[in-house]
Design a protein around this ligand. Structure first.
Ligand code: GLU
Length: 491
């Protein structure tokens, strides 16, 4: 049972300042889940009005991240929609008209103070309270304003907050909050360059785009009362707000940084490149700040998330990021894939490491790695020797712990004979044949298998041996054993 049963219209409104961070992906996911589970709509809106923070290519990067995660949108910059454009820099006249509306209503004013002047005043009045700052901002005489206007100075437009009484705001997961209005400062609505700030643009667009639930980062809580005042000044009904908690570093201390946490990715692109499955990332991200009631269920498919997600259960307390959990969930989701699906997902990683392979080549190998890998990029290291002749195994690796090189050579030669003569070259036949040989020679089966593993793959850690032999086939297997025998003899 969720708070929102009627179809919800939600949006993800990123600023194109960089790649898609997992914290932002979580915000997007919650908004998407709410829209999908209520049969509503999910919008993508690009908030690019802060020209100083704009990063070329970031919009594309964010779009690619969302697409990879499978968070599709019903309206947005690339797909259009009834409220286009969905890029704020293409909507400047709309914001100017709304600023004008507040100016005409006496709820906004033009300010000709330069940022430098205000800074100087602030450093001389360090103890100034919000009310004093507002007083100062609003205090320029009409003559001085006219003089500056005539001199070509462009004003900023500021909202005139109500500094009396208190503002009551509601957050669906945090409940009611009361803020004394004397603590509120007049926010800039339009900068002197004509671009709106978030405080104007986001509120106007949420209204015009008919957003029912605003799900946004906790960072916006301090501006929430001012936003409430602005919406009230327009005479609009406030949408419902949800501010999920910040994410904390794995230690639980400190806000998660925007950079890397040791060698772990924190951008969606990093997860993709390292071979996490999008469904595992979504599962992981969903659990950072939400849990189903009455259970400890942790593994969800995306449709299960849509079904189970409950806005009521989004947590207001900060959540620490656990990369162990990401790894564990990725493993679980990899195991749940159909073989062909996994083969297709492994393909780009195998190709990236230089292997010229197609899905058909990979399909038979899937059972060898499906239970073993944590991330898709680990498969190349385990499977490359099926496709290319591995480097000559170092003789030392061919001689397990307690054996002498002579004993290892004899064992290898005997195993070669078995492999050359065994009738069926399949795992079910090879397994007892080789174990029997070890026993007959009075050696540990593990030692014999270890020699063979290195001989075939030049690796100490490789997929299960009998299946490996069967897949390599008799001819290739014998050729590699001969090569290894050569290596041992010249050692
Ligand atoms: N553009 C804002 C940001 O990236 C979005 C905040 C919101 O969702 O309203 O922080």
């Amino acid at each position: 049972m969720t708070i929102a049963t009627p179809p919800a219209r939600t949006r993800f409104a990123p600023s194109p300042t960089g790649s898609l961070h997992i914290g932002s992906a979580r915000t997007a996911l919650y908004a998407w889940l709410l829209a999908r589970q209520t049969g509503g709509q999910f919008l993508l809106r690009i908030e690019d009005t802060d020209r100083n923070r704009f990063v070329e290519g970031a919009t594309q990067e964010i779009i690619e991240g969302l697409r990879w995660l499978g968070l599709d949108w019903d309206e947005g910059p690339d797909v259009g929609g009834p409220h286009a454009p969905y890029v704020q820099s293409e909507r400047l006249p709309i914001y100017a008209a709304h600023a004008r509306q507040l100016l005409d209503a006496g709820r906004a004013y033009e300010s000709y103070w330069s940022p430098l002047e205000m800074e100087a005043w602030r450093s001389e009045n360090e103890d100034a309270a919000a009310v004093d700052i507002n007083q100062r901002l609003r205090s320029m005489t009409a003559d001085e304003m006219a003089r500056r206007r005539d001199a070509g100075v462009a004003p900023a437009v500021l909202f005139k907050v109500d500094n009396a009484g208190e503002t009551v705001t509601h957050d669906l997961i945090r409940g009611e909050m009361r803020t004394p209005n004397k603590t509120l400062r007049d926010p800039v609505l339009l900068k002197s360059d004509g671009y709106p700030t978030y405080h104007l643009a986001a509120l106007v667009d949420d209204r015009l785009m008919d957003i029912s639930h605003v799900i946004r980062a906790q960072e916006w809580l301090p501006s929430f009362p001012v936003h409430a005042q602005i919406i009230d000044a327009f005479g609009w009904q406030r949408p419902l707000y949800i501010h999920p908690s910040v994410l904390l570093n794995p230690s639980g201390k400190g806000k998660m940084s925007k950079r890397f946490v040791s060698d772990k990715p924190i951008f969606v692109r990093g997860f993709k490149d390292m071979g996490y499955l999008p469904e595992a990332v979504l599962n992981w991200v969903a659990l950072m700040g939400w849990a189903e009631s009455g259970g400890d269920k942790e593994v969800y498919t995306v449709p299960q998330l849509v079904e189970a997600f409950d806005l009521d259960r989004v947590k207001a307390s900060p959540a620490a990021v656990s990369f162990e959990k990401a790894d564990w969930l990725n493993k679980v989701h990899i195991r749940a894939l159909a073989a062909e699906d996994l083969a297709e997902r492994l393909l780009p990683f195998l190709q990236r490491s230089g292997l010229k392979v197609g899905v058909r080549d990979v399909m038979p190998l899937v059972p060898l790695v499906q239970e073993r890998i944590t991330t898709l990029d680990e498969a190349a290291e385990l499977l490359d020797f099926f496709f290319v002749e591995p480097p000559m195994p170092p003789a030392a690796d061919l001689v397990p712990g307690k054996l002498t090189p002579g004993e290892a050579t004899e064992a290898l030669a005997a195993a070669r004979d078995v492999l050359a003569t065994v009738e069926a070259f399949d795992a079910a036949t090879l397994d007892p044949a080789l174990r029997g040989l070890a026993e007959a020679r009075g050696m540990k089966a593990g030692d014999l298998l270890s020699i063979l593993r290195v001989a075939l793959s030049s690796k100490r850690v490789a997929p299960p041996l009998f299946e490996t032999l069967a897949l390599l086939g008799r001819e290739t297997s014998l050729a590699r054993l001969d090569r290894a025998l050569g290596a041992l003899q010249t050692a």
